[in-house]
Design a protein around this ligand. Structure first.
Ligand SMILES: COC[C@@H]1[C@H](c2ccc(C#Cc3ccccc3)cc2)[C@@H]2CN(C(=O)Nc3ccc(OC4CC4)cc3)C[C@@H](O)[C@@H](O)CN12
Length: 291
């Protein structure tokens, strides 16, 4: 029946079909999880399946002490100047640090110990007190390892996935902040072979099985390795960095001298861009591209 005016006037006489209450609604094509969050969940699931516990990363503001000094990163290191690091104006300095531990960190920077020669410079407390936006989640790892050293030693597997901040030039694939993913295992007698094995297990769960390792340098790990994986479309791809935390970092914390820590890190943005074939990182995160 076509809906003409007179038909609409006597609609009571019209035939209507039975109302089907079981009919499904029209699918609504709205609301999607952000790709970064989908990939973050993938990494979190892999860590949890491998028995890792998540570290508390809910502090973007950190002291230079935990972000650098505790990691045996010298105060004159270029990464510690304001061209690479966001220092805070307020609150300018950290409130309190564990004084006995600070004294051992000062000692190991200035004159070594535990078999190390140290850096032979005058370590300054004011430098360590400066607040900053953490440049890596390794600052959280150092807090967790220090806490582990305080109690009776038990082996631990920790991970973190959260934002870090670098005062660097931004371009198509780099922003002033990114999400760092970090894993660490703390146990007696761990070796570089254990690190290689864990990396192979971890990355194979992401479909990257053909790994290669290249010697590298980090101020807080020795030995260190860059990690590469063969990607069938891109070829050899750098997928992260890794190493064994130095004794100059672990011993001042008070960890037993046979305890070793193997650790590795990567970003969340790079794998997401590759998995979602994103050209410009701004499609993912940060300022929207001017469409
Ligand atoms: C300044 O930013 C450095 C960042 C970021 C990075 C590098 C090192 C660490 C670290 C560490 C570390 C080392 C020792 C002990 C503890 C932590 C963390 C993040 C990525 C690390 N990288 C990176 O993520 N690459 C990557 C990772 C996974 C991936 O998967 C795809 C599905 C196929 C693809 C690519 C390597 C490069 O992208 C590099 O050019 C950029 N790196």
């Amino acid at each position: 029946t076509d809906l003409t005016r007179e038909n609409l006037q006597n609609w009571e006489e019209l035939e209507f079909k039975e109302y089907n209450f079981n009919a499904k609604g029209q699918p609504v094509d709205a609301g999607h999880l952000h790709p970064l969050l989908k990939v973050r969940k993938q990494f979190k699931d892999i860590f949890c399946q491998m028995g890792f516990e998540e570290m508390p990363t809910n502090n973007f503001v950190e002291s230079s002490f935990w972000n650098f000094d505790a990691l045996f990163q010298p105060q004159q290191h270029p990464a510690r100047d304001s061209h690479d690091t966001f220092f805070l104006k307020a609150p300018l300095t950290t409130r309190e640090l564990p004084e006995d531990y600070v004294a051992r960190v000062k000692q190991v920077h200035e004159s070594g110990g535990y078999g190390s020669r140290g850096y032979n410079y005058e370590w300054k407390r004011e430098e360590a007190n400066k607040n900053l936006l953490r440049t890596h989640t390794t600052a959280v790892s150092s807090r967790m390892l220090y806490a582990l050293a305080k109690g009776p030693f038990t082996p631990k597997k920790y991970f973190s996935i959260d934002r870090v901040f670098r005062n660097e030039a931004v371009d198509r694939t780099h922003l002033a902040e990114f999400h760092q993913i970090e894993g660490l295992i703390c146990d007696r007698g761990l070796t570089l072979g254990d690190l290689i094995g864990v990396l192979q297990e971890f990355f194979s769960r992401l479909g990257m099985s053909k790994l290669r390792f290249k010697p590298a340098y980090n101020p807080y790990t020795e030995p260190s390795m860059e990690i590469f994986s063969y990607h069938d479309k891109i070829g050899w791809l750098e997928i992260g960095n890794s190493g064994m935390f130095r004794p100059e970092m672990l011993q001042p914390m008070g960890l037993p001298e046979d305890v070793r820590v193997i650790a590795w890190g990567l970003s969340l943005e790079r794998p997401t861009m590759i998995l979602y074939e994103t050209e410009n990182i701004r499609e993912l995160f940060g300022h929207k591209v001017n469409l």
